[in-house]
Design a binder for this molecule. Structure first.
Ligand code: HEM
Length: 363
């Protein structure tokens, strides 16, 4: 039994953003600083979705005839580490997405530098530690270098760097935005539930890693049925399936050679998704008496159910490009909602617990 699971009736103390609007000294907020962060959150979300769309289109997700055209790379270009478009991919309507991605990412780079400088200048008035804007800046530099120097599709670690870097940047900016917008007071109930919210966030992050790993290794076509993989799953393949340094081998025509471990990657992602959904359902139920968390919990539940249905539909309809892109968008949505929950359960710097009424001992 989770400590305090039965006691979720005490109100959480937090003040809405409006309470601080125009008051620079309570949260130390400068309108331009806040706008920079909000705009960056929006642009990062768009970039994450565009990047998923481009990546999936280029490796042939949704191509015809499926799955023969999938995972068809150009062996010569791959050796040189150059971006590879499948023959089918070149004809796909994602050129606009590439151009939009390039411009938006460039604007984002400038905004992130602006946020970093502004955050440093705010000193003690910052609502997050300096590590957060610094991490955002470092991830931005990492992503630009990754995109510029290693645009290849045959190294799963590079694909993972791209996917996880984008999600991490989005999550950190979103955390900054919320800490700026709302002052959260310490509260005994929130204190007890923080750790469980962190576990939920970690499970969602793990799901993103597993889904990305499966996709980066071209496992998508190996389990066409919901729980039916070809060839059959073998425990002996676990070390290969989850070896971070595993290679992707191409045949003479540039087609990715399907290894026996691929099914394990897909199935781990799918089965752990059930565990994640069950955990989130428990968390939502346990916190439902906290009225202030109503919108966050409803969003978490809706996204979790939506992601389950979308995941199953992806398999049912043989991975349509837009549907798998939407799966990425919903993964981002789940992550942001879990971060929002954590934010609402985490006191702002300098907040003090409200005095307990005489004779009351919070558990
Ligand atoms: C918490 C829930 C989930 C999250 C956060 C999540 C996240 C992801 C992510 C980030 C990807 C990578 C997509 C890409 O490469 O762009 C992915 C791939 C995929 N996901 Fe999920 N997913 C979840 C649940 C599910 C469920 C319930 C299913 C189906 C039962 C599913 C089926 C798939 C499939 C088929 C792929 C393509 C790669 C593969 O074949 O393994 N996902 N997921």
């Amino acid at each position: 039994m989770v400590p305090g699971a039965s006691d979720t009736t005490a109100a959480l103390n937090h003040a809405p953003a409006e309470a601080f609007a125009g008051d620079c000294c309570l949260t130390g907020g400068l309108p331009i600083y806040r706008s920079l962060i909000s705009l960056s959150v929006l642009l990062t979300l768009i970039t994450v979705i565009l990047s998923a769309y481009i990546r999936l289109a280029e490796v042939g997700i949704g191509c015809e005839p499926w799955p023969a055209c999938y995972a068809q790379l150009d062996a010569e270009l791959e050796k040189k580490g150059v971006t590879v478009l499948t023959t089918q991919g070149q004809d796909m309507a994602h050129r606009g997405a590439r151009i939009a991605h390039r411009y938006i990412a460039s604007i984002l780079g400038v905004l992130v530098v602006g946020i970093f400088v502004a955050a440093l200048r705010r000193g003690a008035q910052r609502t997050v530690g300096v590590a957060v804007p610094t991490a955002v800046l470092l991830i931005t530099v990492f992503l630009s270098l990754l995109g510029y120097y290693t645009p290849t599709r045959s190294n799963p670690l590079i694909t993972m760097g791209n996917l996880l870097g984008g999600m991490a940047m989005l999550g950190l900016l979103w955390w900054m935005m919320q800490r700026e917008a709302e002052q959260i007071e310490e509260n005994a109930v929130a204190g007890r539930w923080r750790v469980w919210a962190r576990v939920g966030m970690a499970m969602i992050a793990l799901q993103i890693v597993l889904g990305g790993w499966s996709s980066a290794n071209y496992a998508s076509a190996n389990c066409p049925g919901l729980i039916d993989c070809q060839p059959e799953l073998r425990v002996a393949d676990i070390p290969d399936a989850f070896n971070p340094a595993r290679d992707i081998a191409l045949d003479a025509n540039g087609k990715v050679i399907a290894s026996e471990a691929l099914g394990l990657m897909s199935m781990t992602h799918r089965l752990l998704a059930l565990l994640t959904a069950a955990y989130l359902a428990w968390l939502v139920r346990a916190l439902k008496s906290q009225r202030e968390l109503g919108a966050t919990l409803a969003t978490l539940a809706a996204f979790s159910i939506g992601q389950l249905l979308l995941g199953v539909s992806n398999i049912w309809f043989a991975l349509p490009l837009l549907m798998l892109t939407l799966h990425n968008a919903l993964a981002a949505g789940l992550l942001l909602t879990a971060i929002n929950l954590l934010h609402r359960l985490s006191p702002s710097a300098g907040s003090v617990p409200p005095p307990s009424p005489p004779g009351h001992h919070p558990r």
